[in-house]
Design a protein around this ligand. Structure first.
Ligand code: ADP
Ligand code: SF4
Length: 701
């Protein structure tokens, strides 16, 4: 197949100052969790994107100086020669496939807390970000920068840019976004300076201009200089000499950069979950940029549809299609469009599990692409698989996300696979979950896999086929993988914060009951200690159906964990909009069908409330009956020809869909060896363990 001519425009080369990108697919800087302590993992996950056709592949935030230390959040550094060596692995991996490598140099100013380097944080006027998100809270406040600090900042940027060039980067960023230091100069909220760097817009952009110019001087004009800038706030503020301050800033900065990378100001608006924000949601903020500059513009918007991408270019919104999440979900998105295989794109579902990994300080994980981050350490690849290690026939029981991923990977490996699903439709838990308000994009997990499986001759799928141990022993498949999922329990939550037996009353419901259309009635309490999306979603759905709903959680906010996936602010808004009353820091201790008893989790003080139905969204337990039954009859396996019976997905360990897909892939990868625990461990570059810098200073005895 060849590319549809209507997508030709996406494959045009575009100049960025002195370098030229081979096409318009631009993997914009995004966190990966792979810091300089994991240089090979990092090179693996960036390199695979270049292999998949992205014309530009960038790092995530890369600190220019130890006074910018974002620990425990994962970030890269370009502080010394060892860092140069670490990044050179990534630039080599990207260049190998003809792409350009970009580095997002950053200084976090008052938004980073230097918890590891213990240097004093700095900001334009001593104002820090007073976040309500615990990860970003600190009693340490930044100090105001004086004139020598400003000179230092420009020098650090230049020194890091020189190292970036040494490391082989083609594009070097100045990052004036997301609350970080140069951005703090742009907004009077942070910047109360009365010198040449505060006041008018021309003054507020000055430090950014100086950093861009210093970067250009440092890299000798041979590689490109890019500016990443957040425009949401500025766009909302009328300008003195132009429509808005965003218009003014772009015009003032344009002569100093080779590329604008434009974005929103906060993670929830920049990386909005699909549940609350559409593809291309940034456009109303960034649509003007090309009217104020002749430099190329890149922007993101969770673009997965090639038609939407073409439209961005043709309508003059963007020159490059920036992507973080779509490039994680499918590193081969560009090459699939190029080959006319757009229907094979593994589209991002906008669940933000990837972003949550950053908030949790770990290597990125993706619901759609379980290989992401595993390229180097486990040798997994998003498109290629190891050939089958035997001619064993495999039976997979259960067609949820885990069973489907396992079948797809084993099918690609060349195994003869049979998948049996009890239900009428394939998809498991996602059939219900993707039908909850705003989650329709999550169906892509099923649709992508069913689409690929449909063209595989070595995979047979049988719906409406609930299997038991007798049948499986009769069939005699050599390998059996059990992917029978998990179920929600009615357990409540003890004062030790563990599940405890709850009331077995007919008016107590679980999400499984609601999925099976057994619905609560009357005054309904949703008690959520699962803390992910389902509790909030059920409260929203039940309120939408006209019930009087109270949402109760022992956590400090609704769907508490979703602060990590950028959903929580929107969840609260939605619950308020749908009339759901939210009660936090409380646990349900008893329910008799008419009265609910609750206790405050810190004080223990009790209260009761009238309640007709209780929905418990708490503990889940694996469905292992079939697995247990087969293992109880192990003595019969040999005669039946069975060599192994393994668990995967929620049946192995209950989790989010991302975990189920990962374990489904793992079951397929490990079927014939390569146990999951046998992964390569990465290590940082370190020139000489006896270096002077490791010795205590002379005055320490
Ligand atoms: P996971 O997230 O691990 O994929 P799901 O709960 O989404 O788990 O899917 C499990 C699937 O297994 C469900 O679709 C369920 O109908 C199916 N299933 C459970 N028990 C059996 C069985 N004995 N035979 C066939 N399918 C089963
Ligand atoms: Fe998209 Fe979810 Fe994967 Fe992130 S984790 S790239 S949002 S599918």
């Amino acid at each position: 197949m060849s590319r549809d001519p209507r997508f030709d425009i996406l494959f045009e080369p575009v100049a960025i100052g002195p370098v030229t990108a081979p096409n318009r697919f631009f993997q914009a800087p995004h966190a990966s969790g792979a810091t300089n302590a994991m240089p090979r993992v990092r090179a693996g996950l960036r390199g695979v994107k270049a292999e998949g056709g992205w014309g530009v592949v960038c790092t995530g935030a890369c600190s220019i100086h130890p006074s910018c230390d974002d620990a425990p959040l994962p970030y890269a550094t370009l502080w010394d020669d060892d860092d140069v060596r670490a990044h050179a692995l990534m630039t080599d991996a990207v260049h190998e496939h003809g792409a350009l490598a970009g580095v997002e140099l950053f200084h976090g100013g008052g938004a980073v807390l230097n918890r590891s380097t213990r240097l004093p944080p700095v900001s334009p006027s001593g104002k820090g970000w007073m976040s309500t998100h615990a990860t970003f809270m600190s009693s340490l406040r930044p100090r105001a920068m004086d004139a020598s600090d400003l000179r230092d900042l420009v020098r650090w940027q230049a020194e890091a840019a020189r190292r970036a060039r040494q490391a082989g980067f083609d594009i070097v960023y100045v990052y004036a976004g997301m609350g970080y230091l140069p951005y703090e100069f742009l907004l009077p909220d942070y910047n109360a300076r009365t010198d040449a760097y505060g006041g008018s817009m021309a003054n507020r952009v000055r430090i950014v201009q100086e950093m861009l110019d210093a970067t250009r001087d440092a890299v000798g004009g041979e590689i490109a200089v890019a500016l990443r800038i957040s425009l949401e706030e500025l766009r909302g503020r009328p300008g003195e000499n132009d429509e808005t301050e965003a218009h003014e800033a772009i015009a003032l900065l344009s002569p100093h950069t080779d590329l604008f990378d434009v974005k929103m100001d906060s993670s929830p608006t920049d990386c909005g979950p699909s549940r609350f924000r559409e593809e291309g949601a940034h456009e109303p903020v960034v649509d003007f940029v090309k009217s104020r500059t002749d430099k190329p513009v890149v922007g993101v918007g969770r673009f997965t549809s090639p038609d939407a991408m073409v439209s961005q270019v043709r309508r003059g919104v963007l020159d490059f299609i920036g992507a973080a999440r779509p490039s994680i979900a499918d590193p081969f998105l560009p090459s699939k469009i190029e080959a006319g295989r757009e229907d094979e794109i593994r589209e991002c579902i906008g669940c933000n599990m990837c972003i949550a990994s950053w908030h949790e300080g770990v290597l990125v994980r993706c619901t759609q692409n379980p290989t992401f981050g595993e390229e180097w350490r486990r040798g997994w690849h998003p498109e290629r698989v190891r050939p089958a290690g035997s001619t064993d026939r495999v039976l997979i029981v259960g067609g949820g996300p885990a069973g489907l991923e396992c079948a797809l990977t084993l099918g690609r490996r060349g195994y003869t696979v049979t998948l049996a699903e009890a239900g009428r439709e394939l998809g498991g838990r996602l059939l219900f979950e993707a039908a909850l308000p705003g989650l329709s994009a999550w169906r892509r997990v099923i649709d992508y896999r069913l689409g690929r499986l449909a063209v595989m001759r070595n995979v047979d799928i049988f719906a409406e086929s609930r299997l038991d141990a007798d049948q499986i022993l009769d069939f005699g498949f050599e390998r059996v993988v059990i992917a029978t999922g998990a179920h929600w329990t009615k357990d409540l939550y003890s004062d030790l914060e563990v599940p405890m037996a709850g009331p077995d009353h007919p008016s107590v419901f679980t999400p499984d009951d609601i999925a099976a259309e057994r619905s609560p009635e009357g005054r309904t309490v949703v008690f959520d200690f699962d803390n992910y999306v389902i509790g909030g979603l059920l409260a929203e759905r039940l309120a939408g159906a006209g019930l009087e709903v109270t949402y109760v959680t022992p956590a400090g906010g609704a769907s508490a964990w979703t602060i990590n996936s950028n959903e929580q602010p929107y969840v609260h808004q939605r619950l308020e909009d749908t009339g759901v009353v939210v009660r936090t820091l409380e646990r349900v201790t008893a329910f008799d069908g008419g009265t609910l008893t609750l206790a405050h989790i810190f004080t223990g003080s009790q209260r009761s409330a009238a309640c007709d139905s209780l929905v418990v969204v708490g503990a889940r337990r694996s469905n292992t009956d079939l697995y247990d039954a087969l293992h109880a009859r192990r003595a019969e396996w040999e005669e039946a020809g069975i060599k192994s019976v393994d668990l995967t997905g929620d049946a192995l360990t209950p989790g989010a869909v991302a975990h189920a897909v990962f374990f489904g892939r793992a079951a397929a990868e490990t079927l014939d060896g390569n146990p999951l625990e046998a992964f390569r461990r990465d290590a940082p570059f370190y020139t000489d363990p006896d270096l002077d810098r490791m010795r205590p200073p002379a005055w320490v005895t």
